[in-house]
Design a protein around this ligand. Structure first.
Ligand code: ARG
Length: 438
C-alpha cells in the first residue's frame, strides 16, 4: 500500500517498487519515527490542527505500535515502502480515519531528516561513552605497565620509552576523537521538523514545540537546507574514520607485537582464533578485523560524499542512500571500539622481552652524545663520535655499556666512570623531560 497513490493511473512496476523501497534498512528508525510523530501530534493539538481527543487517540495508537514492535506482536516486515509508511499505515489500520490526520503539516522529507538526526544523536552519545570507557581501560593498563621498551621511528629501534607512554599516545588520540564527537553533536543538534517538503506549510505550526519535545537545542534556520542537509552524517562519518584510523594503527601494533619476532605481548585467547590446518597457530583476528573494517568505514564516508556532491536543492531521492552506509559505519565502529577495549584490557605484557630488546639496539646512543655535550663537546661533533662508537660496537658485537673506559677513551678523552650510570636504560628515564615517559 502506498501513501501517495492518488495521482497515478498505473500501478508501480514491481521491480521499481523493489528498487525504491528502503524499509528493509530504515526499519531501525522505528523508535525515532514514532517519537517524532508523537511530538508532531502534540504540536498539532496546541496549534489547533487536532482536537484533544484526536491527538490522544493518535498518540495512544503510536505508543501501542511501538510497544507491539518491542514485545514482538508487530513484526517489522511486509510490503511497505519505508518505515514512515509502515507506521502510518499501521496507525490507520488500528485507529481508523483519525489516523489520516497525522501527516497534516508534515512531509516525509522533514520526517526522515528528523528521524536521522535523532538516531545520529543517540548513537553518537553511545559512542562517546564507549570511547570514554575505552580511554579509562587504556589508562589503567598503561599505569600498570610502566616498563621500558624500545621506541621506534621508521620501525627501527630509536630510543628507550615505556610501554605506558606508548599506550598513552593512543589515549591522547582517543581523547581528541571524543572531543570531535562532542563538537559534532553540538553542530547537529537542530530540529528539522516543520520544514515540510522544502518550503514550510500554510498551517500555523510552532516549531518551538517540537524542538522542545524532541530535545533539540535549536531549530534549523532554513527549510530547504533543513530537509537536504546531510553534513552531520558526513561529519560523523569523518570522525568515525579518524577513530578507525587510530584503532587500525593500534591493531597493527598489536599484530606486530604478538609475532614471535617481537613477542612483546600476547593477545588473550578470547580475541584470537586458530588455524584449521596448523595446530600451533594463534591468530590475532580481532585486531586484523578492526584493521580491515577501517577500509569499509572510509568507503561509507566517500560513498556519501559522492552521493551529495551533485545534488540540487532540496530533497532528492539519492539521499536515501545515506542510510545503509551510516548504519553500517555505526555498527562497525561500536563493535571495533568494544573489541579493542577488551583486547587491551586482557593483554598480557611480556616485560622481560621488552627489556631485552632495549639492550640490543644502541637505544642509549643519543644519551652518550648528550653526555659528551655536557662535557663541553658541540652536539654535532658528539653525534659523529658516537657514530664511530656504534661502528666499533657492531664490529666487536658489544653494546655501548659493555665497552671499557679505555675503549671509550679512544673516541673522546672526556669519558669517566659516571658514563655507565648516565646511559643505564632505566636511569635515562630520570633525566630531563624524559621523566614524562615514566
Ligand atoms: N525513504 C526516504 C529516504 O530515506 C524517505 C523520504 C522520502 N521522501 C520522498 N520525497 N520520497 O530518503
Amino acid at each position: 500500500m502506498k501513501l501517495w497513490g492518488g495521482r497515478f493511473r498505473k500501478k508501480e512496476n514491481k521491480l521499481m517498487e523493489e528498487f525504491n523501497k528502503s524499509f528493509d534498512f530504515d526499519k531501525v528508525l522505528y523508535e525515532k519515527d514514532i517519537e517524532g510523530s508523537i511530538a508532531h501530534v502534540y504540536m498539532q493539538k496546541i496549534c489547533d490542527l487536532l482536537t484533544e481527543e484526536e491527538a490522544n487517540l493518535i498518540t495512544k495508537g503510536l505508543v501501542e505500535i511501538k510497544d507491539d514492535i518491542e514485545n514482538g506482536k508487530l513484526i517489522l516486515e511486509g510490503n511497505y515502502e519505508d518505515i514512515h509508511s509502515f507506521v502510518e499505515i499501521n496507525l490507520i489500520e488500528r485507529i481508523g480515519e483519525v489516523g489520516k490526520k497525522l501527516h497534516t503539516a508534515r512531509s516525509r522529507n522533514d520526517q526522515v531528516a528528523t528521524d536521522m538526526r535523532l538516531y545520529a544523536k543517540e548513537k553518537t552519545q553511545e559512542l562517546i561513552s564507549m570511547i570514554s570507557s575505552f580511554r579509562n581501560t587504556i589508562k589503567e593498563v598503561a599505569n600498570n605497565n610502566s616498563v621500558i621498551m624500545p621506541g621506534y621511528t621508521h620501525l627501527q629501534r630509536a630510543q628507550v620509552v615505556t610501554f605506558k607512554h606508548h599506550l598513552m599516545a593512543y589515549y591522547s588520540m582517543f581523547t581528541r576523537d571524543e572531543k570531535r564527537l562532542v563538537n559534532a553533536l553540538e553542530i547537529l543538534d537542530e530540529n528539522p521538523l516543520g520544514c515540510g517538503a522544502l518550503a514550510g506549510t500554510t498551517h500555523c505550526i510552532d516549531r518551538e514545540i517540537t524542538k522542545e519535545k524532541l530535545g533539540f537545542k535549536r531549530n534549523v534556520e532554513n527549510y530547504m537546507d533543513g530537509v537536504s542537509d546531510r553534513d552531520y552524517l558526513l561529519e560523523l562519518m569523518s570522525d568515525f574514520s579518524i577513530i578507525m584510523m587510530h584503532l587500525s594503527r593500534l591493531s597493527e601494533e598489536l599484530i606486530l607485537w604478538s609475532t614471535q619476532e617481537f613477542g612483546f605481548v600476547e593477545i588473550d585467547d578470547l580475541y584470537t582464533t586458530g588455524s584449521s590446518i596448523m595446530p600451533q597457530k594463534k591468530n590475532p583476528d580481532g585486531a586484523e578485523l578492526i584493521r580491515g573494517k577501517t577500509g569499509r568505514v572510509y568507503g561509507n564516508l566517500i560513498g556519501l560524499f559522492t552521493v551529495m556532491k551533485g545534488l540540487p536543492l532540496a530533497y532528492n531521492k539519492d539521499m536515501q542512500e545515506d542510510k545503509e552506509g551510516f548504519f553500517d559505519s555505526v555498527k562497525q565502529i561500536e563493535m571495533c571500539v568494544q573489541i579493542m577495549e577488551k583486547m587491551i584490557g586482557t593483554l598480557k605484557i611480556n616485560e622481560e622481552r621488552m627489556k631485552q630488546s632495549v639492550k640490543g639496539g644502541f637505544l642509549n646512543a643519543t644519551e652518550v652524545a648528550d653526555y659528551l655535550v655536557k662535557a663541553g663537546i658541540p652536539f654535532r661533533n658528539a653525534h659523529s663520535i658516537v657514530g664511530s662508537i656504534v661502528i666499533y660496537c657492531e664490529d666487536n658485537k658489544k653494546a655501548i655499556e659493555d665497552l671499557t673506559l679505555e675503549e671509550l677513551g679512544q673516541f673522546a678523552d672526556v669519558f669517566e666512570e659516571d658514563i655507565y650510570d648516565f646511559i643505564d636504560y632505566e636511569n635515562i628515564l630520570n633525566k630531563g623531560t624524559k621523566v614524562l615517559l615514566k
